[in-house]
Design a protein around this ligand. Structure first.
Ligand code: GRF
Length: 197
């Protein structure tokens, strides 16, 4: 069985979309893959409740308990690697995981570490993407699913979706519009990866 581990920090709506799609599309039967665990760096991340209600193992690894990024990432990798199966390395998905990962961590999971970013990369990497798109006068915005590489928000693009920026849009309104597309493209990009492996 190929295990998928999803890392979250908050609401976890992208994680939930992946879990629901995996169930609906029967990823276990189709690809021999399952969402095995959800790990949060925050104990109060609302997404944890959804995951455990689905019978998925949840873990909390508080970054504040570690002296530096290296120590946190080493502990995180140790937790994740428990989900390696023989000949089937774990697939790691970042879904609203609000921590910058060290190059050592990123290299360890090269080619099997995926992120979703709420902009049409390479535009607007980093934070506050929706307000920045509005301020720049963009007529379209969107989201990108990409492989994670050492340079923040710059890895190979797996999928993108675009939405219009409407007159009078607030960052919250645009964010909600983009999020509905995130929930479609993230699961589909992962299914695409699973088909190839
Ligand atoms: C999403 O917009 C995602 O692209 C970004 O953070 C947000 C997380 O939302 N990285 P959720 O936790 O998946 O609901």
């Amino acid at each position: 069985m190929k295990n998928i581990v999803i890392l979250i920090s908050g609401g976890g709506s992208n994680m939930a979309a992946i879990v629901k799609t995996a169930q609906r599309e029967r990823w276990v039967e189709k690809y021999g893959a399952r969402v095995a665990a959800v790990i949060s760096n925050k104990a109060d991340a609302p997404g944890l409740q959804f995951a455990s209600a689905q019978g998925i193992v949840t873990e909390v690894l508080e970054h504040k308990a570690y002296s530096d990024r290296e120590a946190f990432d080493a502990a995180l990798a140790q937790l994740i690697d428990r989900y390696d199966s023989p000949g089937q390395p774990v697939l790691v998905l970042l879904a609203g995981f609000m921590r910058i990962l060290t190059p050592g961590f990123v290299n360890r999971y090269a080619g099997r570490l995926v992120n979703i970013h709420p902009s049409l990369l390479p535009a607007f990497s980093g934070l506050h993407t929706h307000q920045r798109a509005i301020d720049a006068g963009c007529k379209v915005a969107g989201a990108t699913v990409h492989l994670v590489t050492a340079e923040l928000d710059h890895g190979p693009i797996l999928a993108q979706a675009a939405v219009p920026v409407l007159p009078g849009d607030t960052a919250d309104a645009l964010s909600a519009r983009v999020l509905t597309q995130e929930h479609l493209i993230y699961p589909q990009a992962i299914a695409g990866l699973l088909r190839k492996t």
